[in-house]
Design a protein around this ligand. Structure first.
Ligand code: F6R
Length: 636
C-alpha cells in the first residue's frame, strides 16, 4: 500500500526511481511523483518535483515532455500512491514539501497514516505554514521543516528524529533537503522499508523488488529507526570516484543502533512477467512449482512425517497447546478458516479463524496454552500485526504463516513456517493462498501425528499431499476451457459461490476473487445457508458456482444444486474427475483429481482463480491493478 523508492549515490537518480516505481506500482497506482536534487554548478541543491495523477507511465510522459530539465541529479525520492487522506489529485500526490526558516526546502514521501495530523496541521498553520494538500503527509513534511535547524551538524537527520517523536501512527518515509544535497534520510514505524547497499550509493524502497536489480545486500529497518545515507558522484568529496559513507542508523531518540546486512531472497526473474500477459496468470500457472517448493524437504513420504525446522524449539508447546487462533484478512482469513477445519479434524485441537481487525479490538480471551497464528502473504498487514501484538501481550505463543522473508510478522513471531511460494505481485492473491493452505495442512498433520493420528493415516495423507503439485499442473491445463465457460456467463452481474465443509471457505475465496478483479457482485456462503434467505436472489440464468467434489457431504451439495436448478440458476460445478452424475445438473463442470477431503481446497480453488481471471480479462479490466485496491494493506 503505497510504494516508496529513493536513491543517493554516484549514478543518476531518476532512472533508478522510475524503474523502482514501476516495480512497486502494485502497492498503489492512483498517482505518482518524484523529487530530484540537482548537483549542477550554480544550481546545487535545487529540488525539482514532478507529480501526476494516474499510473507511473503518466508521470514518465510528463517528465519526458519537460525534457528532463532539472532531473539529472544524484539524489531523489519517489512515490506511487494509494490514497488514504485526500482525494486522488495532483496536489495530494507525493512528494510533499515544506520550507524551513532560512529557506531550506524539505521534500518527503510517506507510506502509512499520521493519526494526529489534524492537530499538528493546526499548530503548523499558526506558525505560518501554508498547506496545499489534504494529506497527512504534507503535515509531516512541514513539521520536519519547522524543526529543521541549519546549525545542527546533521540538521536533516535531527529534524526527522524530532518530527517523528511528535507523531502517532504508522510511517515509512524518505526525506531530502536542498541544503544537504548528498544526504538521504529514511525512517520507519509500522510500514516496511529496506535500504539496499549498492556500488557507490544506496537505494531505499518499500520492498526488495525495487532494489534487487541494483544489489542483493540490504538492511531492513526496524520500527522507530532512522537511517542517514550520504553518497555522491566523483569529484564531490575530493575523490575521483563515486563515494558512499557508511550508513548511519539511530532510533528516533538518536540512540545509535547497529544494523545487520542480509541478502535479499529475491531473483529478478521472479518479479518479471516472463511472457505472461499478467502477473496474476503467471502466479496461477506457476502454482505446481510454488507448492512443490513449499512442500520440499517438509513432506517426508519415506518416513511418513512432516519436518518443520522452524518449529523445533517449540514443538512441545505446540503439541500441548489448548487452542489455536488463526488470524488474517481477506484471502489470508479464508486460508485461516480452512485451517480451522484442518486443525480440529486432523489434530483434534480447538481452533478458530478470526478477522484480525475484529480480534484486535474485542478484548479477546487468551487462555493458557493459546497459540496465535497470523497468516499473511506480505507479513505487513496492519490489522494482522496488531492482532498478533494483542495476543502476544496477553500471553499467547505466536506462530507465523507468512510469505515475505524477514517481514515484520516473520520477525515478531516466536516461530514460523514460511510459505516459500516466491514474490506475489498480482494484487489478487492466488499462489499465496494455496501456500498458506499447504502450510496449515502440514501444521495440522505435524500436530495430528503427535496427538491423535496413527502413523499409517499420516503416511496416506502425505502420499496424497506429495502429488498435489502434479494435480495442480493438470488443473491449470483447463485454462482455455474455463475461459470459454466463463465467457457464457460473464455479462451477469450477480453470482453465488456455494460449498460445504472444507470447501465452504473455498466458496468465500472464489467470490472474493471474482468481485475484486471483475467488479461482479458475488457472494460466497455455506451451501446450506442458501435456503435461509439468499435463494430469493436466484433467477433465470444467475450463475451459481458449486464446489461439489466427492466426499462426506456430496449428496447434500447435489440436493442444493437441484434446488438452484429448479429456480433457473445456471450451475458451474467444480467436481471430482470421473463424476459423470454431476453432468446431469451442471451447465459447466471443472474436474479436479480425487484426493482426501482435507486436501481438496488445495485443488478446488484453482479453477475458481482461473474463472475470476478470465472473467476480469473478458470484461476488459486491468487484472493486476484492480480499481481501488493495492497490495499489502499497511493501514487500518
Ligand atoms: C485478496 C487479497 C487480500 C489479502 C489481504 C491480506 O486477493 O490479496 O484479501 O489477502 O489483504 O494480505 P496479506 O496476506 O498480505 O496479509
Amino acid at each position: 500500500m503505497c510504494g516508496i523508492v529513493a536513491y543517493v549515490g554516484g549514478g543518476r537518480a531518476l532512472p533508478v526511481l522510475l524503474e523502482g516505481l514501476k516495480r512497486l506500482e502494485y502497492r498503489g497506482y492512483d498517482s505518482a511523483g518524484v523529487a530530484v536534487t540537482s548537483l549542477n554548478e550554480g544550481d546545487v541543491g535545487a529540488t525539482s518535483v514532478c507529480r501526476a495523477v494516474g499510473r507511473v507511465s503518466v508521470l514518465e510522459d510528463r517528465l519526458d515532455a519537460g525534457g528532463g530539465d532539472g532531473f539529472d541529479g544524484h539524489l531523489g525520492i519517489a512515490h506511487t500512491r494509494w490514497a488514504t487522506h485526500g482525494k486522488v489529485t495532483e496536489a495530494n500526490a507525493h512528494p510533499h514539501q515544506g520550507t524551513a526558516e532560512g529557506g531550506a526546502n524539505i521534500a518527503l514521501v510517506h507510506n502509512g497514516t499520521i493519526e494526529n495530523y489534524a492537530a499538528l496541521r493546526k499548530l503548523l498553520e499558526k506558525k505560518g505554514h501554508a498547506f496545499t494538500s489534504e494529506t497527512d503527509t504534507e503535515v509531516l513534511a512541514k513539521l520536519v521543516a519547522e524543526l529543521y535547524d541549519p546549525d545542527n551538524e546533521h540538521a536533516l537527520e535531527t529534524a526527522v528524529q524530532s518530527a517523528l517523536r511528535e507523531v502517532t501512527g504508522a510511517y515509512a518515509i524518505a526525506v531530502t533537503c536542498d541544503a544537504e544535497p548528498f544526504t538521504l534520510v529514511a525512517a520507519r514505524k509500522g510500514s516496511p522499508l529496506i535500504v539496499g547497499i549498492a556500488d557507490g550509493g544506496y537505494v531505499v524502497a518499500s520492498d526488495g523488488s525495487a532494489i534487487v536489480s541494483h544489489t542483493s545486500r540490504a538492511v531492513t529497518l526496524d520500527d522507530y529507526q532512522v537511517v542517514r545515507l550520504s553518497a555522491g558522484p566523483a569529484n564531490t568529496s575530493g575523490s575521483d570516484k563515486a563515494w558512499a559513507a557508511p550508513l548511519h542508523t539511530t532510533t528516533i531518540d538518536n540512540v545509535k543502533v547497529t544494523h545487520e546486512v542480509t541478502e535479499l531472497e529475491l531473483e529478478l526473474e521472479q518479479i518479471e512477467l516472463g511472457g505472461y500477459e499478467h502477473f496474476m496468470l503467471k502466479e496461477i500457472m506457476e502454482q505446481p512449482d510454488s507448492v512443490r517448493t513449499c512442500l520440499r524437504g517438509r513432506v517426508d513420504t519415506r518416513d511418513g512425517r512432516i519436518v518443520l525446522g522452524g518449529l523445533n524449539a517449540l514443538s512441545r508447546e505446540l503439541v500441548r497447546a489448548k487452542r489455536f487462533i488463526l488470524t488474517g484478512q481477506g484471502t489470508a482469513y479464508h486460508a485461516g478458516l480452512i485451517g480451522e477445519y484442518l486443525f480440529e479434524d486432523l489434530a483434534k485441537v480447538p481452533a478458530r479463524a478470526v478477522y484480525a481487525s475484529e480480534f484486535r479490538y474485542r478484548n479477546p480471551i487468551i487462555e493458557d496454552g493459546s497459540v496465535i497464528v497470523p497468516i499473511s502473504q506480505s507479513g505487513e498487514t496492519a490489522d494482522t500485526l496488531a492482532a498478533l501484538q494483542e495476543a502476544k501481550d496477553r500471553g499467547a505463543l505466536s506462530l507465523g504463516c507468512v510469505n515475505v522473508v524477514g517481514s515484520t510478522m516473520a520477525r515478531e513471531t516466536d516461530a514460523g513456517v514460511y510459505l516459500r511460494v516466491g514474490p506475489e505481485i498480482g494484487v489478487a492473491s492466488t499462489k499465496a493462498f494455496v501456500g498458506q493452505v499447504a502450510v496449515l495442512t502440514m501444521l495440522a498433520l505435524y500436530m495430528g501425528r503427535r496427538r491423535v493420528l496413527a502413523h499409517s493415516s499420516v503416511e496416506d495423507f502425505l502420499t496424497h499431499l506429495d502429488r498435489v503439485p502434479d494435480h495442480i499442473a493438470a488443473i491449470v491445463q483447463q485454462s482455455d476451457e474455463i475461459k470459454q465457460r466463463t465467457a457464457d456467463v460473464v455479462d451477469r452481474e450477480n453470482w453465488l459461490f456455494l460449498g460445504r465443509g472444507y470447501n465452504y471457505p473455498v466458496a468465500l475465496e472464489g467470490a472474493l476473487k471474482l468481485k475484486e478483479i471483475s467488479y461482479i457482485h458475488a457472494e460466497g456462503m455455506p451451501a446450506a445457508e442458501m435456503k435461509h434467505g439468499p435463494i430469493a436472489l436466484i433467477d433465470e440464468g444467475m450463475p451459481v458456482v458449486f464446489i461439489a467434489t466427492r466426499g462426506s457431504q456430496y449428496d447434500k451439495v447435489v440436493s442444493n444444486i437441484e434446488e438452484v436448478k429448479a429456480r433457473g440458476g445456471r450451475i458451474l460445478a467444480v467436481a471430482t474427475e470421473g463424476d459423470t452424475d454431476i453432468e446431469r445438473y451442471a451447465d459447466a463442470v471443472f474436474p479436479v483429481p480425487d484426493v482426501p477431503e482435507p486436501l481438496q481446497p488445495l485443488l478446488t480453488v484453482i479453477p475458481l482463480q482461473l474463472l475470476s481471471y478470465h472473467a476480469a480479462v473478458l470484461r476488459g479490466h486491468d487484472v493486476d491493478k484492480p480499481r481501488n485496491l493495492a497490495k499489502s494493506v499497511t493501514v487500518e
